[in-house]
Design a protein around this ligand. Structure first.
Ligand SMILES: [Zn+2]
Length: 246
């Protein structure tokens, strides 16, 4: 006991001169935290403050003749009177009939190359989106998160009802027919080739701060061949591409 106290005292004495160094170090850490906090706040705060009573963002606007470039995200809800004509896929999923031929061609070519994708989720109604959103929140609540935190976590994976691209009918979650392909094979093939058919990987890993959606290697969005090629080559996500295009 005594020897421990003594050794601690002597340590204090010998390290007393280090106090100034510690002070500088702690001040630097505090400054760094403050900097990161304000930086993050500038980008993240609009989406990190949802609550149960989230108001819908303003409806997206469609530029003349550019339905395939309509931007629906955390800032823009479905355009008013959006009422897509749908094509029923063989597994019961649906997709906008204008997009279907490109999706089918993409799948045909993938299969010819030995990669077997399936649409696991295409068009969704408001009710379906609400159900998925509620289930995702419930999942996090079961894991012990509070209401607010559960909503924030869920919103990184399932868009607020009214703001999902699935409700447009222009997006599809594409996964592997696991009897014949691995998920990795399918995701990689799509990431490299989907642009040829007018689709983009909508939520890339390095764009989470902009899209507010976690990296989803399965979610592909039709934007037309020209835009898809430009985004693939430039590495811009849809938000950045449209902002640049003006
Ligand atoms: Zn999706």
């Amino acid at each position: 006991m005594n020897s421990k106290e003594i050794s601690q005292n002597s340590k204090k004495r010998t390290h007393f001169g280090g106090a100034a160094v510690w002070f500088v170090f702690l001040a630097a850490v505090a400054a760094a935290i403050f900097f990161l906090y304000t930086q993050a706040g500038a980008v993240i705060s609009p989406a990190s403050q949802p609550s149960v009573t989230v108001t819908q963002p303003a409806p997206a606007e469609i530029k003349e003749g550019q339905w395939e470039l309509v931007l629906v995200n955390w800032e823009h809800s479905l355009p008013t009177d959006w009422n897509p004509q749908l094509t029923l896929l063989s597994n019961g999923e649906q997709i906008d009939e204008r997009v279907y031929p490109y999706l089918q061609k993409m799948f045909d070519d993938a299969r010819r190359q030995g990669v077997f994708p399936v649409v696991s989720s295409g068009y969704r109604t408001q009710e379906t989106q609400q159900k998925l959103y509620d289930e995702e929140i419930a999942k996090y609540r079961e894991q012990g998160y509070g209401e607010q935190e559960a909503i924030e976590k869920a919103s990184g994976w399932v868009a607020l009802p009214g703001t999902s691209e699935h409700q447009l009918g222009l997006a599809a979650d594409i996964n592997a027919d696991t009897f014949r392909s691995s998920s990795e094979e399918v995701y990689q093939w799509l990431a490299e080739n989907s642009w040829r058919y007018g689709f983009i990987l909508r939520y890339p890993q390095d764009k989470v701060a902009i899209t507010k959606i976690e990296y989803e290697p399965w979610h592909f969005r039709y934007v037309g061949k020209e835009a898809a090629k430009e985004m693939y080559e430039s590495g811009l996500c849809l938000e950045e591409y449209l902002a640049k295009k003006g």
